[in-house]
Design a protein around this ligand. Structure first.
Ligand SMILES: O=P(O)(O)OC[C@H]1O[C@H](OP(=O)(O)OP(=O)(O)O)[C@H](O)[C@@H]1O
Ligand SMILES: O=C(O)c1cc(=O)[nH]c(=O)[nH]1
Length: 235
């Protein structure tokens, strides 16, 4: 493992590789692109992997707070479905790593379909009214799911404080005319501009390429570098 990555990034990358969460090969993305690498946060389902995932999110959040990149928040919100374990595990870990700052931090998540019996509604966990809410999710591909989550939180009276994701793929949005050779912004860049929110990633594609040297094959790294050169966003 390259030592140039900060320890929490290196540890996260190591467990993503050992748990098969980060894979190299040939994968079709939501955008239709064929990618030589894929990161499936849904594969962090084993106790040790989930613990390392929660640690990576919590440490990234705490270090962003220390560096002034992220403001205060009361609630960690995970958009259904894959965001749900991320939000609950991150909330527990924040409380363990920084009890003074986070023993009262809450979690919340949405239902994909509103429940019309029992307690009803489409939010589970902490009420959001008047609360500062941090969204945690796995990746941002087009930004659609994050826009939807922001809409739901604001509808409940919450104030979105920022977004934390596991991976910034650093790639440009697909061009409307299908011509991917033109330069363009990333979905993360567009969301930052649109909402003026801090958006923080545990790992970027640059971190992956740097960190997997010696762990992935030269061929996988070369194909990933080629992919980065082809699709890298301008922001
Ligand atoms: O639209 P974006 O903001 O770029 O994000 C892409 C999202 O799409 C997927 O989730 P999906 O909404 O398919 O739900 P899931 O968590 O149930 O898989 C994926 O897990 C990301 O969270
Ligand atoms: O763009 C996607 O569809 C995508 C890429 C990735 O690395 N991981 C993921 O869950 N989705």
């Amino acid at each position: 493992m390259s030592s140039s990555l900060p320890p929490h990034k290196a540890a996260f990358l190591r467990s993503a590789l050992s748990g098969g969460v980060l894979k190299f090969g040939q994968f079709s993305l939501k955008s239709g692109r064929i990618s030589p690498y894929f990161f499936n946060a849904g594969d962090f389902y084993r106790a040790d992997l989930l613990e390392s995932l929660a640690t990576a999110y919590a440490e990234t959040i705490l270090s962003a707070r220390r560096e002034g990149l992220l403001g205060e928040f009361d609630v960690v919100f995970g958009p259904a479905y894959k965001g749900i374990p991320l939000a609950t595990a991150t909330t527990i870990r924040l409380g363990q790593l920084d009890p003074e700052g986070h023993k009262n931090t809450c979690y919340s998540f949405d239902r994909k379909e509103a429940k019309d019996h029992g307690e009803g509604g489409n939010i589970v966990g902490s009420p959001l009214k008047g609360k500062k809410v941090l969204i945690v999710d796995d990746v941002i591909t087009a930004g659609t799911a994050k826009r939807e989550a922001i809409g739901k939180i604001e509808k409940e009276g919450g104030i979105v404080a920022g977004i934390v994701v596991a991976l910034d793929r650093m790639e440009k949005l697909p061009a409307a005319d299908g011509d991917d050779s033109k330069p363009g912004p990333s979905a993360i860049g567009e969301l930052r501009k649109e909402y003026g929110l801090p958006i923080i990633a545990i790992l970027t594609l640059d971190d992956i390429i740097e960190g997997v040297k010696g762990l992935a094959s030269d061929e996988d790294i070369r194909r990933t570098e080629e992919y980065r050169a082809k699709y890298k966003a301008t922001d």
